[in-house]
Design a protein around this ligand. Structure first.
Ligand SMILES: CC(=O)Nc1cc[nH]c(=O)n1
Length: 105
């Protein structure tokens, strides 16, 4: 079934709303998003809905293959992105790069 919701940590909300963060890296459990589908986005902490996004693409990427380009799309340095991903997904190599566009409400 096509997922219709996605959660983000509250600390990412401003970057998503401003268009500075245009990708998210997720694990195996969240690889089933479908390009062109529209997803309601809410905060992980309290489930507050704050926007909708259209999924552009879903591609596998290894943690060790992350680059400055990926980091820029997350509005981070590569060191910051690596630390964030290691914190959220400790020890995971296989990630899924989900690219998205904000959809007007
Ligand atoms: C809630 C949650 O897992 N949020 C994540 C995980 C990875 N990247 C991201 O932007 N947000």
């Amino acid at each position: 079934m096509t997922p219709t919701t996605m959660t983000f940590f509250e600390r990412f909300e401003a970057d998503i709303l401003s268009g500075k963060k245009t990708i998210t890296l997720r694990d195996e459990a969240e690889k089933h998003y479908v390009p062109d589908s529209v997803v309601t986005v809410s905060t992980f902490e309290d489930g507050r809905e704050f926007c909708r996004i259209k999924i552009v693409s879903v591609e596998p990427v290894l943690f060790d293959a992350l680059t400055d380009y990926h980091a820029a799309q997350e509005n981070m340095t590569l060191d910051e992105l690596s630390a964030v991903i290691q914190d959220i997904y400790p020890g995971i190599q296989q990630l899924y790069l989900i690219s998205y566009q904000r959809v007007d409400a």
